[in-house]
Design a protein around this ligand. Sequence first.
Ligand code: MLT
Length: 263
Amino acid sequence: MAQVNIDGINVAFDDTGSGRPVILLHGYPFNRTLWDGQVAALKNSFRVITPDLRGFGESDAAEPATMARMAQDVAALMDALDIPTAIIGGLSMGGYVLLSFYKQFPNRVDALILADTRPQADTEEGKQNRVKQREQILREGMSLTADSMLPKLLTPETVSTRPDIVNHVRNMIINTKPAGAAAALMGMASREDQTDLLQQISAATLIVVGREDPITPVQDSQLMHERVQGSRLIILEDAAHVANLEQAESFNGVLKSFLGKFN
Ligand code: MLT
């Protein structure tokens, strides 16, 4: 693990392999280990950088944790590593950060990977739920969040037959700092709608989603696919919201095939 200091905040990251840079942004409330399987699959051909977004993993928690601010952290990390442009992927909240990154720094994105994510802002009801979740987390910690999220993150089949994946996801959640999760919840609640940005995306774009994703359903990916010109949409069967863990082999195959032209 390496660290950089960005405006007084320590941001932890792994930097593995060599070649064209690929930056992978985790979702909520996870950390950079979400991408371990993809790092292993890509590191012989690419330089894979996996940060802990502010408030997660080994990075410091800090306010505000808006999607725009997290995107600026990624740009600062790229500056620190002397990386002018990169292929950038994000899962769920990582995808919200990626869209904000594209809006702010379109010329620094060689290609986008949008996994189990969506372009829309939260509904009013969604925002109110974030406020309730934030209060619960600050009062009681992360374990209730793990219990309530797990059945939405993974398919029933994964929950009953893949203890390795269940434990990985649970550990990421319960090891998240409550202050970091609370800040990110407010960041997600206040995020901009990026639907109109989609038509402006000119970089190659891969969209991947689990067929059974209840958090960012297939329709959201179909919408992105319709709006992002020339994008590729892959729907993975037998996967819910963390498709890269549940269907790691298929996910990695799709990723490698998409990234092949950048190698
Ligand atoms: C995530 O996986 O990043 C979150 O579930 C996204 C969200 O809550 O909107």
